[in-house]
Design a protein around this ligand. Structure first.
Ligand code: PLP
Length: 388
């Protein structure tokens, strides 16, 4: 189906239309699910536009177009998990390369660094990426990548993407930004100078807690071609069925992000008033040490927050038994609110010493605010905290 010329779009419009116009024989509005592993050759024996689903699939291609539109990228690859997107991006770097990364990252990313890439010859330098000078000082002749997670999981620290891109361009280093917590609706790393964005689409981009998926998106066609070729070689691309679900999720992404943020703002402000709570981490709060950067770098503060509960892990477990609207579970970014204890779940791969160094305390609670009414979430948290 011929694509209409694009008008400049607000996020709601962009999301509602992203990847549509898939067309095909019946001019369907939505991309059909091409649930096939292979495609018949032409009668001439030549290969058609698609020949094997690991190499390419029309449903996945529709999602990849949508991801390029959302991020402003040249090439996207939709992968089988966020970690598969990370694997694809890290595979750009040959053995002997050094990667500079933040100290407080998603635990699964650290595990991937340590258990898969370090043994194969990559070295990792961990610095506090809130400090651009410390990052610049850590650059070595063999540094090939700045690995940036912003906002970070679970403490909602921010990294100044433009400042990192400046360091990297001077040194010809590739900047990779894990933008999972912000989604493309609230943060555009490529426009800020980053080279590659990775996402766990499991989270906000799909948004319905029914897919594990990921995406890697490149600003330049050249880097994008390398990533797409690596993905086909590594076998990291995702399934057409999952691509369809993620495409459906994207249609409401902008609206969902607004609702997540409304809920998170109300809950963060409420938690700041409670004596049971030692500290609240949410970039939208004036008390967040990087609130000014959040306002500059992001167009919304997101739906994730964390707080330190007095009384450590036993108090956290009591809270989990008492909340009704927050399901204690791993993951985030779905329409329903989830609550978790990072030291025992997402960051259990870190040693207690590493968690301490990253600022992750035993009483830390992470909340993924869903799209429920903010008043209901605040009321539920209030009754649960008052029973502690
Ligand atoms: N990046 C971040 C920031 C995450 O929080 C996660 C998972 O929680 C991932 C990457 C990995 O994504 P997946 O679980 O889809 O592999």
């Amino acid at each position: 189906m011929a694509r209409k010329p694009k008008a400049p779009a607000h996020p709601e419009t962009l999301c509602a239309h992203a990847g549509s116009g898939a067309g095909g024989e019946f001019r369907s509005l939505n991309a059909p699910i091409y649930m096939t592993s292979t495609f018949a050759l032409k009668e001439s024996g030549e290969v058609g536009p698609y020949f094997y689903t690991r190499e390419g699939n029309p449903t996945r291609a529709a999602l990849e177009r949508a991801l390029c539109e959302l991020e402003g990228g040249a090439v996207a690859v939709a992968t089988a998990a966020g970690v598969a997107a990370e694997t694809t991006a890290l595979s750009l770097f040959p053995a002997g390369s050094n990667v500079i990364a933040g100290k407080a990252l998603y635990g699964g990313t650290l595990r991937l660094f340590r258990e898969a890439f370090e043994p194969r010859g990559l070295s990792f330098t961990f610095v506090d990426m809130r400090d651009a000078k410390a990052v610049a000082a850590a650059v070595r002749p063999d540094t090939r990548c700045l690995w940036i997670e912003t906002p970070t999981n679970p403490l909602l620290n921010l990294v100044d993407i433009a400042a990192m891109a400046k360091i990297a361009s001077a040194e010809k280093i590739i900047t990779v930004v894990d933008g999972t917590f912000a989604s493309p609706c609230f943060q555009k790393p490529l426009a800020l100078g980053a080279d590659v964005v990775v996402h766990s689409t499991t989270k906000y981009i799909n948004g319905h807690s029914d897919v594990v998926g990921g995406a890697v998106i490149a600003r330049s066609a050249e880097l994008g071609r390398k990533l797409a070729s690596l993905a086909r070689t590594l076998g990291t691309p995702g399934s057409p069925f999952d691509a369809f679900l993620v495409l459906r999720g994207i249609k409401t992404l902008a609206l969902r992000m607004q609702a997540h943020e409304r809920a998170a703002t109300a809950l963060a402000r409420f938690l700041e008033t409670r004596i049971e709570v030692e500290r609240v981490y949410y970039p939208g709060l004036e008390s967040h040490p990087q609130h000014e950067l959040a306002k500059r770098q992001m167009t919304g503060f997101g739906g994730m927050l964390a707080f330190d509960l007095k009384g450590g892990k036993p108090a956290v477990m009591r809270l989990f038994r008492r909340v009704r609207l927050f399901t204690p579970a791993a993951s985030l970014g779905g329409v329903e609110s989830l609550i978790s204890h990072p030291p025992s779940l997402s960051h259990s791969a870190l040693t207690p010493k590493e968690r301490k160094a990253a600022g992750i305390r035993e009483g830390l609670v992470r909340v993924s605010c869903g799209i429920e009414h903010a008043d209901d979430l605040v009321a539920d948290m209030k009754q649960a905290l008052s029973l502690l």
